[in-house]
Ligand binder design. Structure first.
Ligand SMILES: C[S@@+](CC[C@H](N)C(=O)[O-])C[C@H]1O[C@@H](n2cnc3c(N)ncnc32)[C@H](O)[C@@H]1O
Length: 141
């Protein structure tokens, strides 16, 4: 059985770029791209096996409510993977900290992510950290 991928972004420009980059998969019916906000996902409950988000969570308008919305569309025992190039930790460089404050970004510690994700209705969560300072938050619905 072949899988189907749905891309989502609230920016028309990002959606158009994604449609161009994935034209072949879209033409073959393996993918579609939807323009909408994570705040209100236009999908039925439990309609995805897996949801991933890469370098986007820090912009989400209401992190806990938006994670609840993500949890809503993942089937029971489905997976959620959040990837970010920065997480809150000792020794974060001052420029990065200044940008987090300036742009009001949601950047959490691994413990902060785990707590928030569990509060949003996921059954389990664990974080993986890279030497380069990236974080992968791996959760099960
Ligand atoms: C840094 S880009 C990362 C894009 C892509 N995931 C990647 O790794 O190349 C962040 C993206 O998040 C999108 N974004 C921010 N807030 C959003 C929201 N509330 N709902 C949906 N997309 C959002 C932005 O439009 C932007 O395209």
């Amino acid at each position: 059985m072949r899988g189907h991928v749905t891309g989502l972004d609230y920016s028309e420009v990002s959606c158009e770029q994604s449609r161009l980059a994935n034209a072949e998969a879209i033409a073959e019916g393996r993918m579609d791209v939807v323009c909408a906000s994570v705040a209100e996902l236009p999908f039925a409950d439990a309609s995805f096996d897996v949801v991933t988000t890469v370098e986007s969570f820090y912009f989400w308008p209401d992190p806990e409510a938006n994670l609840c919305e993500v949890a809503r569309v993942i089937r029971p025992v489905g997976r959620f993977l959040l990837v970010a190039d920065v997480y809150l930790r000792e020794g974060l460089d001052p420029d990065t900290l200044a940008n987090i404050r300036r742009y009001d970004l949601t950047v959490l510690s691994p413990e902060g992510y785990e707590e928030l994700v569990l509060r949003a209705g996921f059954a389990s969560c664990r974080c993986h950290l890279s030497d380069e300072g990236w974080i992968a938050v791996d959760a099960v619905r």
